[in-house]
Design a protein around this ligand. Structure first.
Ligand code: HEM
Length: 437
């Protein structure tokens, strides 16, 4: 049932090229059809199994035989050390949620869940709205042309919103937030995994990113130390408090936790806003449908719409690394101990076995059991915050810049070259300044 023989199938697509980065979906359709659990060499040289069908993907995400601990990566797979966040080893960051298994994962996740609650996120809604409005105010204020406005929505909107939001939530003082913006910008410019074609960019991005990771991690450790003396209402104080109720989060664990909240919640949300806006601009009927609903005060379509945008072109193309801890069979394929498994969320979420007309964007879609936030014990902890930011960003953008349109041909847009994340480098748009409220 798997990897059909070579002569009864069309030629295999080239994975990880720049063309693939621009539109990976035809290649994923081929894999789903012909080689749904497929071993391939990644641009870094590491060999990994790609899982592309929805049913297999869901099973793999919840399979406890697949460990998140990179220590299980087989010695024979010559890419050891290339499978995590750059700089994480040096920055003492190895014990974060996405790198550990139960029982450690259970303990840490329970503790962070006490501090990072849906209630805390809901209370944060007015602040997210305020930040969103401020960013649009800035875009509007910088326009010189009395008729036609322009902006790069990635750099001026999608990028700053999540970084300022998570800084505020963690309790990073305003005067330090621009440092964060700079470190995060470095991480965004040079994605963690190598680019398509295996090329590296910008004179050793891993080193640059590694330094930014270290600086951020060092700052957070110091901030936690300071907050311990003077607890507030912020999330870092919440993490410290959670450790004071019988169970324990060490200072090191709290710093690693704050960092992973930032790391996991930043680029993902940038790309939810970027990919989501882009999808709406390319699908005018759906965009108008949403605008009409919002103008009438109906927010139900916004809620289903964000889920659909995550399914249709979500920020996390591949789930993070997993390693087989025992010989196992997945989708009819034998996987040996220590072999890495990468679940291709973007492919699973376009599986026609699961979704009707999977390549069509339908903001009112009911079958939205997508895997964009993962599944199982590592299911996205920040999903409520991501939803809040995504919904606020898109609704505000459509309300305040109602005739927003792409300023370039879609073929001229460049996608970031990272293995795990999917997102645009820039999103040049234009709008009529006369309609701006
Ligand atoms: C649209 C935005 C987001 C998307 C699409 C997303 C997606 C994901 C996915 C797919 C996973 C599971 C990865 C895997 O199993 O390999 C995950 C885990 C995680 N996410 Fe998100 N995420 C988003 C935003 C956020 C935000 C805003 C935060 C926090 C501020 C966050 C924090 C986390 C954490 C801590 C984990 C690890 C959970 C664990 O291992 O138990 N995410 N996310």
């Amino acid at each position: 049932m798997n990897d059909k023989t070579a002569n009864d199938r069309p030629p295999a697509p080239t994975l990880f090229s720049w063309e693939f980065a621009a539109d990976p979906y035809p290649a994923y359709a081929w894999l789903r059809e012909h080689a749904p659990v497929h071993k391939t060499a990644l641009p870094s040289g590491v060999e990994a199994w790609l899982v592309t069908r929805y049913a297999d993907a869901r099973q793999a995400l919840a399979d406890q035989r697949l460990s998140k601990n990179p220590g299980h990566h087989s010695e024979s797979a010559h890419g050891k050390g290339k499978v995590g966040i750059p700089g994480e080893r040096g920055a003492n960051l190895m014990t974060h949620l996405l790198n550990i298994d139960p029982p450690d994962h259970t303990r840490l996740r329970r503790l962070v869940s006490k501090a990072f609650t849906p209630r805390r996120v809901a209370a944060f809604a007015p602040r997210v709205q305020e930040l969103t409005d401020q960013l649009i105010d800035t875009i509007v204020a910088k326009q010189h042309d009395p008729v036609r406005g322009e902006a790069d929505l990635i750099h001026e909107f999608a990028f700053p919103l999540p970084i300022y939001a998570i800084c505020d939530m963690l309790g990073v003082p305003p005067e330090d937030q621009d440092d964060f913006r700079e470190w995060a910008g470095m991480m965004l410019r040079h994605p963690g995994a190598q680019s398509p074609d295996g090329r590296r960019h910008g004179g050793g991005p891993r080193g640059g990113v590694g330094r930014s990771v270290k600086k951020m991690r060092g700052y957070l450790a110091e901030l936690i130390h300071r907050k311990r003396e003077d607890l507030g209402d912020d999330l870092i104080s919440g993490l410290i408090r959670a450790s004071d109720h019988g169970e324990h989060l060490t200072e090191n664990e709290a710093a690693a936790m704050a960092f992973i909240l930032l790391f996991a919640g930043f680029e993902t949300t940038v790309n939810l806003i970027g990919n989501g806006t882009y999808a709406l601009l390319c699908n005018p009927v759906q965009r108008e449908r949403l605008q009409t609903a919002l103008a009438g005060g109906d927010t139900a379509l916004l809620a289903t719409g964000i889920e659909e945008l995550l399914r249709y072109d979500g920020p996390v193309e591949l789930a993070t690394w997993r390693f087989a801890t025992e010989p196992m069979t997945l989708g009819g394929q034998r996987i040996a101990v220590g072999e890495p498994v990468l679940v291709v969320l973007a492919a699973a979420d376009r599986d026609p076995e699961k979704f009707t007309d999977p390549d069509t964007l339908d903001l009112g879609r009911r079958d939205t059991q997508h895997l964009g936030y993962g599944h199982g014990i590592h299911y996205c902890l920040g999903a409520p915050l991501a939803r809040l930011e995504g919904q606020t960003a898109l609704a505000t953008l459509l309300r305040r810049l109602p005739d927003l349109r792409l300023a370039v041909d879609p073929g001229d847009l460049r996608w970031r070259g990272g293995l795990i994340m999917r997102g645009l480098r820039t999103l040049p748009v234009e709008f009529s300044t006369v309609t701006v409220a």
